[in-house]
Design a protein around this ligand. Structure first.
Ligand code: ARG
Length: 458
Protein backbone atom coordinates (compact mmCIF):
# COMPACT_ATOMS: atom_id res chain seq x y z
CA UNK A 1 0.00 0.00 0.00
CA UNK A 2 1.44 3.32 -1.10
CA UNK A 3 0.72 6.03 1.47
CA UNK A 4 0.99 9.58 0.17
CA UNK A 5 3.68 10.39 2.69
CA UNK A 6 5.40 6.97 2.75
CA UNK A 7 8.81 7.85 1.24
CA UNK A 8 10.82 8.08 4.43
CA UNK A 9 9.24 5.08 6.19
CA UNK A 10 10.55 1.53 6.23
CA UNK A 11 7.63 -0.15 7.96
CA UNK A 12 3.92 0.04 7.28
CA UNK A 13 1.78 1.86 9.82
CA UNK A 14 0.42 -0.34 12.61
CA UNK A 15 -3.13 -1.42 11.98
CA UNK A 16 -4.15 0.08 15.29
CA UNK A 17 -2.61 3.41 14.42
CA UNK A 18 -4.43 3.43 11.11
CA UNK A 19 -7.66 3.07 13.01
CA UNK A 20 -6.67 5.86 15.37
CA UNK A 21 -5.22 8.18 12.76
CA UNK A 22 -7.53 7.81 9.77
CA UNK A 23 -10.22 10.43 9.43
CA UNK A 24 -11.82 9.08 6.27
CA UNK A 25 -14.82 7.57 8.08
CA UNK A 26 -16.01 11.06 8.98
CA UNK A 27 -14.24 13.51 6.67
CA UNK A 28 -15.54 11.70 3.60
CA UNK A 29 -18.42 14.13 3.76
CA UNK A 30 -16.00 16.86 2.73
CA UNK A 31 -15.54 15.17 -0.66
CA UNK A 32 -17.41 17.82 -2.66
CA UNK A 33 -15.60 20.69 -0.95
CA UNK A 34 -12.27 18.91 -1.38
CA UNK A 35 -12.85 18.51 -5.10
CA UNK A 36 -13.99 22.11 -5.50
CA UNK A 37 -10.85 23.23 -3.67
CA UNK A 38 -8.67 21.06 -5.88
CA UNK A 39 -10.26 22.34 -9.07
CA UNK A 40 -9.54 25.91 -7.98
CA UNK A 41 -5.99 24.94 -6.98
CA UNK A 42 -5.34 23.31 -10.37
CA UNK A 43 -6.43 26.53 -12.08
CA UNK A 44 -4.33 28.55 -9.67
CA UNK A 45 -1.30 26.46 -10.57
CA UNK A 46 -1.72 27.46 -14.21
CA UNK A 47 -1.51 31.12 -13.23
CA UNK A 48 1.60 30.31 -11.18
CA UNK A 49 3.23 28.70 -14.22
CA UNK A 50 3.33 25.23 -12.60
CA UNK A 51 0.80 23.54 -14.85
CA UNK A 52 -0.02 24.02 -18.52
CA UNK A 53 -3.65 24.73 -19.32
CA UNK A 54 -3.91 21.26 -20.83
CA UNK A 55 -2.57 19.62 -17.71
CA UNK A 56 -4.96 21.62 -15.55
CA UNK A 57 -7.85 20.69 -17.81
CA UNK A 58 -6.92 17.02 -17.50
CA UNK A 59 -6.91 17.38 -13.71
CA UNK A 60 -10.22 19.25 -13.67
CA UNK A 61 -11.86 16.63 -15.91
CA UNK A 62 -10.52 13.89 -13.67
CA UNK A 63 -11.75 15.67 -10.56
CA UNK A 64 -15.20 16.07 -12.08
CA UNK A 65 -15.23 12.34 -12.69
CA UNK A 66 -14.23 11.68 -9.07
CA UNK A 67 -17.03 14.01 -7.99
CA UNK A 68 -19.48 12.01 -10.06
CA UNK A 69 -18.26 8.78 -8.55
CA UNK A 70 -18.97 10.18 -5.09
CA UNK A 71 -22.35 11.48 -6.20
CA UNK A 72 -23.44 8.16 -7.65
CA UNK A 73 -21.95 6.11 -4.82
CA UNK A 74 -19.61 4.29 -7.18
CA UNK A 75 -16.42 5.65 -5.63
CA UNK A 76 -14.30 2.72 -4.48
CA UNK A 77 -12.09 3.33 -1.46
CA UNK A 78 -8.60 1.84 -1.30
CA UNK A 79 -6.95 0.45 1.84
CA UNK A 80 -4.42 3.30 1.84
CA UNK A 81 -7.03 6.07 1.88
CA UNK A 82 -6.28 7.86 5.11
CA UNK A 83 -8.60 10.78 4.73
CA UNK A 84 -10.78 12.31 2.05
CA UNK A 85 -7.87 14.32 0.64
CA UNK A 86 -5.71 11.27 0.05
CA UNK A 87 -8.66 9.31 -1.33
CA UNK A 88 -9.53 11.98 -3.89
CA UNK A 89 -5.93 12.43 -5.01
CA UNK A 90 -5.31 8.69 -5.23
CA UNK A 91 -8.39 8.16 -7.36
CA UNK A 92 -7.61 11.19 -9.51
CA UNK A 93 -4.17 9.80 -10.25
CA UNK A 94 -5.67 6.43 -11.19
CA UNK A 95 -7.89 8.24 -13.68
CA UNK A 96 -5.49 10.78 -15.19
CA UNK A 97 -2.14 9.07 -14.66
CA UNK A 98 1.13 10.68 -13.63
CA UNK A 99 -0.09 14.28 -14.06
CA UNK A 100 -2.31 13.63 -11.01
CA UNK A 101 0.89 13.78 -8.98
CA UNK A 102 1.27 17.45 -9.90
CA UNK A 103 -1.93 18.60 -8.19
CA UNK A 104 -0.44 18.74 -4.72
CA UNK A 105 2.40 21.06 -5.82
CA UNK A 106 2.77 23.87 -3.30
CA UNK A 107 -0.18 22.68 -1.26
CA UNK A 108 -0.53 20.79 2.01
CA UNK A 109 -3.39 18.91 3.54
CA UNK A 110 -3.13 21.52 6.27
CA UNK A 111 -4.37 24.39 4.11
CA UNK A 112 -6.49 21.96 2.12
CA UNK A 113 -8.51 20.68 5.08
CA UNK A 114 -8.94 24.18 6.50
CA UNK A 115 -10.29 25.30 3.11
CA UNK A 116 -12.62 22.32 2.74
CA UNK A 117 -13.97 22.65 6.23
CA UNK A 118 -14.66 26.35 5.82
CA UNK A 119 -16.55 25.70 2.59
CA UNK A 120 -18.56 23.01 4.36
CA UNK A 121 -19.46 25.26 7.27
CA UNK A 122 -20.58 28.01 4.87
CA UNK A 123 -22.92 25.49 3.22
CA UNK A 124 -24.14 24.23 6.59
CA UNK A 125 -25.06 27.78 7.61
CA UNK A 126 -27.25 28.06 4.51
CA UNK A 127 -29.03 24.81 5.32
CA UNK A 128 -29.62 25.71 8.96
CA UNK A 129 -30.83 29.16 8.06
CA UNK A 130 -33.50 27.59 5.89
CA UNK A 131 -34.60 25.25 8.69
CA UNK A 132 -34.75 28.15 11.13
CA UNK A 133 -36.85 30.18 8.70
CA UNK A 134 -39.36 27.33 8.39
CA UNK A 135 -39.69 27.07 12.15
CA UNK A 136 -40.11 30.83 12.37
CA UNK A 137 -42.88 30.66 9.78
CA UNK A 138 -44.63 27.95 11.84
CA UNK A 139 -44.40 30.13 14.96
CA UNK A 140 -45.77 33.11 13.05
CA UNK A 141 -48.67 31.05 11.70
CA UNK A 142 -49.49 29.94 15.23
CA UNK A 143 -49.35 33.55 16.43
CA UNK A 144 -51.59 34.69 13.58
CA UNK A 145 -54.21 32.05 14.40
CA UNK A 146 -54.41 32.95 18.10
CA UNK A 147 -52.84 36.36 18.37
CA UNK A 148 -55.28 37.65 20.99
CA UNK A 149 -56.21 34.39 22.75
CA UNK A 150 -55.71 35.16 26.45
CA UNK A 151 -53.65 32.89 28.64
CA UNK A 152 -51.93 33.25 32.00
CA UNK A 153 -48.43 34.67 31.86
CA UNK A 154 -45.86 33.34 34.28
CA UNK A 155 -42.77 34.43 36.11
CA UNK A 156 -41.06 31.89 38.35
CA UNK A 157 -43.65 29.57 36.79
CA UNK A 158 -46.25 31.25 39.01
CA UNK A 159 -49.31 33.09 37.75
CA UNK A 160 -48.17 36.64 37.00
CA UNK A 161 -50.25 38.66 34.53
CA UNK A 162 -52.47 37.82 31.57
CA UNK A 163 -50.77 37.58 28.18
CA UNK A 164 -51.93 36.08 24.91
CA UNK A 165 -50.96 32.98 22.97
CA UNK A 166 -49.66 35.14 20.13
CA UNK A 167 -47.44 37.02 22.54
CA UNK A 168 -46.17 33.82 24.11
CA UNK A 169 -45.49 31.99 20.87
CA UNK A 170 -43.65 34.99 19.41
CA UNK A 171 -41.46 35.04 22.51
CA UNK A 172 -39.92 31.91 20.99
CA UNK A 173 -39.65 33.54 17.56
CA UNK A 174 -37.26 36.37 18.41
CA UNK A 175 -34.47 34.21 19.86
CA UNK A 176 -34.32 32.51 16.46
CA UNK A 177 -33.71 35.85 14.73
CA UNK A 178 -30.69 36.28 16.99
CA UNK A 179 -29.60 32.76 16.06
CA UNK A 180 -29.73 33.71 12.39
CA UNK A 181 -27.44 36.65 13.13
CA UNK A 182 -25.05 34.30 14.92
CA UNK A 183 -25.12 31.86 11.99
CA UNK A 184 -24.36 34.71 9.62
CA UNK A 185 -21.49 35.74 11.87
CA UNK A 186 -20.06 32.23 11.72
CA UNK A 187 -20.37 32.21 7.95
CA UNK A 188 -18.60 35.57 7.81
CA UNK A 189 -15.79 34.13 9.94
CA UNK A 190 -15.54 31.09 7.68
CA UNK A 191 -15.36 33.21 4.54
CA UNK A 192 -11.58 33.61 4.60
CA UNK A 193 -9.38 31.55 2.29
CA UNK A 194 -6.53 29.58 3.91
CA UNK A 195 -5.45 27.90 0.64
CA UNK A 196 -1.98 29.06 -0.33
CA UNK A 197 -0.78 28.81 3.27
CA UNK A 198 0.56 25.34 2.42
CA UNK A 199 1.83 23.38 5.44
CA UNK A 200 2.57 26.44 7.58
CA UNK A 201 4.87 28.97 5.89
CA UNK A 202 2.96 29.81 2.73
CA UNK A 203 3.28 28.22 -0.69
CA UNK A 204 6.54 28.63 -2.59
CA UNK A 205 4.67 29.07 -5.90
CA UNK A 206 3.30 32.44 -7.01
CA UNK A 207 -0.35 31.44 -6.83
CA UNK A 208 -2.89 34.27 -6.98
CA UNK A 209 -4.76 33.74 -3.73
CA UNK A 210 -7.34 36.38 -4.56
CA UNK A 211 -8.20 34.44 -7.68
CA UNK A 212 -8.57 31.28 -5.57
CA UNK A 213 -10.82 33.11 -3.11
CA UNK A 214 -13.00 34.31 -5.94
CA UNK A 215 -13.19 30.86 -7.51
CA UNK A 216 -14.33 29.34 -4.23
CA UNK A 217 -16.58 32.14 -2.99
CA UNK A 218 -14.47 33.37 -0.07
CA UNK A 219 -14.77 37.04 0.85
CA UNK A 220 -11.08 37.49 1.66
CA UNK A 221 -7.73 35.70 2.01
CA UNK A 222 -6.04 34.90 5.30
CA UNK A 223 -3.26 37.23 6.39
CA UNK A 224 -0.97 34.82 8.24
CA UNK A 225 -0.23 31.28 7.08
CA UNK A 226 0.59 29.97 10.57
CA UNK A 227 -2.73 31.25 11.86
CA UNK A 228 -4.58 30.16 8.74
CA UNK A 229 -3.80 26.43 9.05
CA UNK A 230 -4.81 26.32 12.71
CA UNK A 231 -7.61 28.88 12.87
CA UNK A 232 -10.82 27.09 13.82
CA UNK A 233 -12.66 30.11 15.18
CA UNK A 234 -15.23 29.68 12.42
CA UNK A 235 -15.93 26.17 13.71
CA UNK A 236 -16.40 27.25 17.32
CA UNK A 237 -18.52 30.19 16.17
CA UNK A 238 -20.64 27.80 14.15
CA UNK A 239 -20.93 25.47 17.15
CA UNK A 240 -21.89 28.34 19.40
CA UNK A 241 -24.59 29.45 16.97
CA UNK A 242 -25.81 25.86 16.67
CA UNK A 243 -25.75 25.39 20.44
CA UNK A 244 -27.78 28.54 20.96
CA UNK A 245 -30.35 27.23 18.48
CA UNK A 246 -30.57 23.97 20.37
CA UNK A 247 -30.82 25.84 23.66
CA UNK A 248 -33.73 27.85 22.28
CA UNK A 249 -35.40 24.71 20.95
CA UNK A 250 -34.91 23.12 24.35
CA UNK A 251 -36.60 25.99 26.18
CA UNK A 252 -39.53 25.92 23.80
CA UNK A 253 -39.74 22.15 24.19
CA UNK A 254 -39.70 22.40 27.96
CA UNK A 255 -42.55 24.87 28.00
CA UNK A 256 -44.61 22.81 25.57
CA UNK A 257 -44.05 19.71 27.70
CA UNK A 258 -45.53 21.62 30.62
CA UNK A 259 -48.36 23.08 28.58
CA UNK A 260 -49.30 19.65 27.23
CA UNK A 261 -49.47 18.05 30.69
CA UNK A 262 -52.85 17.19 32.20
CA UNK A 263 -52.28 19.91 34.79
CA UNK A 264 -51.99 22.69 32.20
CA UNK A 265 -53.71 21.14 29.21
CA UNK A 266 -53.17 24.32 27.17
CA UNK A 267 -52.03 22.42 24.10
CA UNK A 268 -52.23 18.96 22.73
CA UNK A 269 -49.50 17.47 20.56
CA UNK A 270 -50.49 15.92 17.30
CA UNK A 271 -50.44 12.11 17.25
CA UNK A 272 -47.85 12.27 14.50
CA UNK A 273 -45.46 14.02 16.89
CA UNK A 274 -46.17 12.01 20.06
CA UNK A 275 -45.39 8.52 21.19
CA UNK A 276 -47.14 6.01 23.41
CA UNK A 277 -46.17 3.91 26.39
CA UNK A 278 -45.59 0.18 26.06
CA UNK A 279 -47.20 -0.34 29.46
CA UNK A 280 -49.77 2.39 30.07
CA UNK A 281 -52.38 2.46 27.33
CA UNK A 282 -53.62 5.96 28.13
CA UNK A 283 -50.23 7.66 27.69
CA UNK A 284 -49.42 10.14 24.99
CA UNK A 285 -45.83 11.15 25.59
CA UNK A 286 -44.00 14.23 24.36
CA UNK A 287 -40.86 12.23 23.48
CA UNK A 288 -40.29 14.53 20.52
CA UNK A 289 -39.94 17.49 22.84
CA UNK A 290 -37.99 15.61 25.46
CA UNK A 291 -35.47 14.52 22.84
CA UNK A 292 -35.23 18.10 21.62
CA UNK A 293 -34.48 19.18 25.17
CA UNK A 294 -32.02 16.31 25.61
CA UNK A 295 -30.13 17.02 22.40
CA UNK A 296 -29.18 20.46 23.68
CA UNK A 297 -26.81 18.71 26.08
CA UNK A 298 -25.13 17.07 23.15
CA UNK A 299 -24.64 20.36 21.36
CA UNK A 300 -23.22 22.00 24.46
CA UNK A 301 -20.82 19.05 24.70
CA UNK A 302 -19.74 19.49 21.09
CA UNK A 303 -18.97 23.16 21.67
CA UNK A 304 -17.11 22.74 24.95
CA UNK A 305 -15.29 19.70 23.56
CA UNK A 306 -13.87 21.61 20.62
CA UNK A 307 -12.97 24.60 22.80
CA UNK A 308 -11.04 22.23 25.06
CA UNK A 309 -9.29 20.66 22.06
CA UNK A 310 -8.15 24.06 20.84
CA UNK A 311 -7.10 25.72 24.05
CA UNK A 312 -3.58 24.33 24.30
CA UNK A 313 -2.56 24.36 20.66
CA UNK A 314 0.37 26.35 19.34
CA UNK A 315 -0.27 28.25 16.13
CA UNK A 316 0.17 26.21 12.93
CA UNK A 317 -1.19 22.71 12.35
CA UNK A 318 -1.33 20.00 14.99
CA UNK A 319 -3.12 16.72 14.50
CA UNK A 320 -5.44 17.57 17.39
CA UNK A 321 -7.17 19.71 14.79
CA UNK A 322 -8.51 16.59 13.12
CA UNK A 323 -10.85 16.44 16.12
CA UNK A 324 -12.59 19.58 14.84
CA UNK A 325 -14.92 17.93 12.37
CA UNK A 326 -17.01 15.38 14.24
CA UNK A 327 -18.52 17.80 16.78
CA UNK A 328 -19.41 20.20 13.98
CA UNK A 329 -20.95 17.46 11.83
CA UNK A 330 -22.84 16.10 14.82
CA UNK A 331 -24.20 19.52 15.76
CA UNK A 332 -25.35 20.05 12.20
CA UNK A 333 -26.90 16.60 11.86
CA UNK A 334 -28.77 17.02 15.13
CA UNK A 335 -30.28 20.36 14.12
CA UNK A 336 -30.89 19.14 10.59
CA UNK A 337 -33.58 16.93 12.16
CA UNK A 338 -34.50 18.80 15.35
CA UNK A 339 -35.43 22.05 13.58
CA UNK A 340 -37.86 20.49 11.06
CA UNK A 341 -39.29 18.31 13.83
CA UNK A 342 -40.04 21.38 15.93
CA UNK A 343 -41.60 23.11 12.93
CA UNK A 344 -43.81 20.03 12.57
CA UNK A 345 -44.75 20.09 16.25
CA UNK A 346 -45.73 23.77 16.10
CA UNK A 347 -47.52 23.40 12.79
CA UNK A 348 -49.75 20.58 14.10
CA UNK A 349 -50.28 21.77 17.67
CA UNK A 350 -53.89 21.91 18.90
CA UNK A 351 -54.64 24.80 21.26
CA UNK A 352 -57.15 24.60 24.10
CA UNK A 353 -58.14 28.25 24.65
CA UNK A 354 -60.84 27.16 27.11
CA UNK A 355 -58.19 25.55 29.32
CA UNK A 356 -56.15 28.72 29.20
CA UNK A 357 -59.22 30.83 30.02
CA UNK A 358 -60.05 28.58 32.97
CA UNK A 359 -56.69 29.48 34.48
CA UNK A 360 -57.20 33.23 34.18
CA UNK A 361 -58.02 33.71 37.84
CA UNK A 362 -58.40 37.20 39.35
CA UNK A 363 -55.03 37.19 41.12
CA UNK A 364 -53.47 37.69 37.69
CA UNK A 365 -55.04 41.16 37.80
CA UNK A 366 -53.54 42.25 41.11
CA UNK A 367 -51.08 44.52 39.31
CA UNK A 368 -53.99 46.12 37.47
CA UNK A 369 -55.64 46.72 40.83
CA UNK A 370 -52.52 48.52 42.01
CA UNK A 371 -52.51 50.53 38.77
CA UNK A 372 -56.14 51.48 39.54
CA UNK A 373 -55.01 53.04 42.80
CA UNK A 374 -52.07 54.74 41.09
CA UNK A 375 -54.52 56.42 38.71
CA UNK A 376 -56.25 57.79 41.80
CA UNK A 377 -53.06 59.39 43.06
CA UNK A 378 -51.71 56.65 45.33
CA UNK A 379 -47.91 56.23 44.97
CA UNK A 380 -47.14 52.85 43.36
CA UNK A 381 -45.20 51.47 46.33
CA UNK A 382 -48.14 52.19 48.62
CA UNK A 383 -50.63 50.83 46.09
CA UNK A 384 -48.59 47.63 45.84
CA UNK A 385 -48.73 47.26 49.61
CA UNK A 386 -52.47 47.93 49.78
CA UNK A 387 -53.26 45.40 47.06
CA UNK A 388 -51.06 42.94 48.94
CA UNK A 389 -53.47 43.39 51.85
CA UNK A 390 -56.42 42.83 49.54
CA UNK A 391 -54.84 39.58 48.31
CA UNK A 392 -54.22 38.49 51.90
CA UNK A 393 -57.81 39.26 52.91
CA UNK A 394 -59.15 37.20 50.00
CA UNK A 395 -56.76 34.37 50.79
CA UNK A 396 -57.77 34.39 54.45
CA UNK A 397 -61.37 33.89 53.41
CA UNK A 398 -60.45 31.39 50.74
CA UNK A 399 -62.16 33.40 48.01
CA UNK A 400 -60.92 35.04 44.79
CA UNK A 401 -60.18 38.76 44.78
CA UNK A 402 -63.39 39.41 42.93
CA UNK A 403 -65.48 38.00 45.77
CA UNK A 404 -64.52 40.80 48.17
CA UNK A 405 -67.20 43.41 48.71
CA UNK A 406 -66.50 47.06 47.91
CA UNK A 407 -66.73 47.78 51.65
CA UNK A 408 -63.95 45.21 52.28
CA UNK A 409 -61.78 46.97 49.73
CA UNK A 410 -62.60 50.40 51.10
CA UNK A 411 -61.63 49.21 54.56
CA UNK A 412 -58.15 48.75 53.11
CA UNK A 413 -58.11 51.95 51.04
CA UNK A 414 -60.72 54.68 50.65
CA UNK A 415 -59.45 55.16 47.08
CA UNK A 416 -61.34 52.08 45.94
CA UNK A 417 -64.57 53.20 44.24
CA UNK A 418 -67.59 51.48 42.74
CA UNK A 419 -65.81 51.34 39.35
CA UNK A 420 -63.14 49.00 40.74
CA UNK A 421 -64.97 45.96 39.40
CA UNK A 422 -64.05 47.18 35.91
CA UNK A 423 -60.45 46.23 36.70
CA UNK A 424 -61.33 42.55 36.82
CA UNK A 425 -61.49 42.14 33.09
CA UNK A 426 -58.67 40.34 31.29
CA UNK A 427 -59.42 42.19 28.06
CA UNK A 428 -59.00 45.53 29.84
CA UNK A 429 -55.72 44.37 31.35
CA UNK A 430 -54.40 43.23 27.96
CA UNK A 431 -55.60 46.39 26.23
CA UNK A 432 -53.70 48.56 28.70
CA UNK A 433 -50.36 47.10 27.59
CA UNK A 434 -49.96 48.58 24.16
CA UNK A 435 -46.39 49.68 24.65
CA UNK A 436 -44.13 48.36 21.88
CA UNK A 437 -43.35 44.75 22.75
CA UNK A 438 -46.34 44.52 25.08
CA UNK A 439 -49.27 42.15 25.08
CA UNK A 440 -51.91 44.76 24.06
CA UNK A 441 -53.77 44.19 20.81
CA UNK A 442 -52.21 46.99 18.74
CA UNK A 443 -48.76 46.19 20.07
CA UNK A 444 -49.24 42.57 19.10
CA UNK A 445 -50.29 43.50 15.57
CA UNK A 446 -47.17 45.62 15.34
CA UNK A 447 -45.02 42.77 16.69
CA UNK A 448 -46.53 40.27 14.29
CA UNK A 449 -45.76 42.56 11.39
CA UNK A 450 -42.20 42.99 12.62
CA UNK A 451 -41.81 39.21 12.85
CA UNK A 452 -43.17 38.70 9.35
CA UNK A 453 -40.79 41.34 8.04
CA UNK A 454 -37.84 39.81 9.91
CA UNK A 455 -38.42 36.43 8.25
CA UNK A 456 -38.88 37.97 4.82
CA UNK A 457 -35.71 40.04 5.13
CA UNK A 458 -33.75 37.23 6.80
N1 ARG B 1 -7.02 14.45 8.14
C1 ARG B 1 -6.37 15.65 8.54
C2 ARG B 1 -7.34 16.54 9.32
O1 ARG B 1 -8.48 16.32 9.24
C3 ARG B 1 -5.90 16.38 7.33
C4 ARG B 1 -4.71 17.19 7.59
C5 ARG B 1 -3.57 16.29 7.84
N2 ARG B 1 -2.36 17.02 7.92
C6 ARG B 1 -1.24 16.45 8.36
N3 ARG B 1 -0.22 17.19 8.41
N4 ARG B 1 -1.19 15.20 8.73
O2 ARG B 1 -6.93 17.43 10.01
Amino acid sequence: MNQLWGGRFQKPTAVLLRKFNDSLPFDVRLADEDIRGSIAWARGLVGAGVLTSDEAQTLVDGLVQVEQEFATGSFVFAPGDEDVHTAVERRLTEIVGAVGGKLHTGRSRNDQVATDFRLWVMGAVEALREHVAHLQQALIASAEANLHTPMPGYTHLQHAQPVTWGHWVLSHFWPLTRDVARLDGARGMASELPLGSAALAGTAYPVDRRFLAQELGFARVSANSLDAVSNRDFATDFLYAATMISLHLSRLAEQLILFSSSEFGFVSLDDAYSTGSSLMPQKKNPDTLELTRGKAGRLIGNLTGLLATLKGLPSSYDKDLQEDKEPVFDAFDTLDVALPVMAGVIGTLTLRPERMAAQLEPNLLATDLADYLVKRGVPFREAHHLVGQVVRAAEARGVPLTALALTDLQAISPHFGADVLGVFDVAVSLASRNVTGGTGPEALQEQLLAAQTAVKDG
